[in-house]
Ligand binder design. Structure first.
Ligand code: NAP
Length: 280
């Protein structure tokens, strides 16, 4: 990292303080945690349901830690609001200065038409993507909005929240919910020290698809943004307190095409996904 970049990072409003990142056990959340610990010297509470995975990630992340940051594994399910309140109590009891919350935990389903989706998985996904994000906001935004210093809360949504994606109807709906929730909360918290951001990543090379039971072919993965690059973009936007950000070239192209042709673009998307052998 250049000296100038290092200086900028040290001066950022959250450097050296405490952060929470949900979905920290893999993909984008893991990479965001790594950047906050390594480059900003933060104490990051890394949240996911799997403590073992988080413990392994702690060792990995803390092995490259020039500014004294740390990664604290914290297992909880974001659909369970009581356990999020416990995390808040833990942070308050230890008088930690919480400066940044990244609500990133998410799930996806295999790409297929809505009538073929599994209803139980669909509820689990919607609960995580939408209710989980609302739970995080419910627990942490009331404290953050009274902060006398600059603080931030970031929702990780998806381009699928602003562009309908055939084959991902329920996922797309859950992320559209995050979009409208985030936009409403942004408007409710104007002119406070609290910054609220809504990030809309495009296709990112993580295990999100494989975990849904449907992996993507290698040639598709080649065109996806890497998790570390996506995490860099999210952290930089949060540092600059940018409110709504479409991230990745594919996401920007999708938004533009949808604006130009709102009814034709989803049909075209479906044909592309079918041709690519991804839509079943
Ligand atoms: N990858 C993409 O192309 C893409 C594109 C746009 C937006 N996004 C969004 O980016 C975010 C991160 O996704 P990713 O691609 O990094 O996926 P990922 O690698 O599968 O990571 C998802 C993370 O969320 C955690 N998680 C899932 N359900 C949870 C729950 N109920 N409670 C707590 N933690 C939970 C997972 O850990 P455990 O399973 O251990 O709990 C994991 O750490 C998601 O919100 C996703 O929708 C991804």
């Amino acid at each position: 990292m250049s000296n100038q970049k290092q200086k900028k990072r040290k001066k950022s409003y959250f450097a050296g303080e405490c952060a929470i990142v949900t979905g920290a056990s893999s993909g984008i959340g893991k990479e965001i945690s790594r950047i906050l610990v390594r480059d900003f010297g933060m104490m990051v509470f890394g949240v996911s349901r799997n403590l073992e995975k988080l413990e392994r990630i702690k060792a990995e992340i803390e092995s490259e830690n020039p500014f004294g940051g740390s990664f604290v594994p914290y297992a909880l399910d974001v659909t369970d609001i009581e356990s999020i309140f416990d995390l808040r109590s833990h942070i308050n009891t230890h008088c930690l200065n919480l400066r940044l919350v990244i609500s990133n935990a998410g799930q996806m389903l295999p790409i297929t038409e809505f009538s073929r989706e599994n209803e139980v998985q669909e509820k689990g996904m919607t609960n995580t993507n939408l209710i989980g994000a609302m739970n995080m906001a419910r627990v942490f935004i009331p404290d953050l909005r009274h902060s006398p210093v600059k603080v931030g809360f970031v929702f990780v949504g998806s381009i699928a929240g602003i562009v309908p994606v055939p084959g991902c109807a329920a996922y797309s709906a859950s992320k559209a919910g995050v979009k409208n929730f985030a936009e409403s909360v942004i408007a409710e918290n104007k002119k406070r020290k609290l910054y609220i951001g809504h990030m809309m990543p495009g296709m990112t090379n993580t295990n999100l698809f494989a975990k849904s039971g449907q992996d993507l072919p290698d040639w598709v993965r080649k065109y996806m943004t890497s998790a570390s690059k996506m995490a860099e973009m999210i952290v930089n936007k949060a540092r600059k307190r940018k409110k709504r950000c479409v991230l990745g070239a594919d996401a920007k192209i999708m938004r533009m095409c949808y604006r130009l042709n709102p009814s034709g673009f989803p049909r075209l998307m479906r044909r592309v996904l079918e041709k690519a052998g991804i839509y079943h």
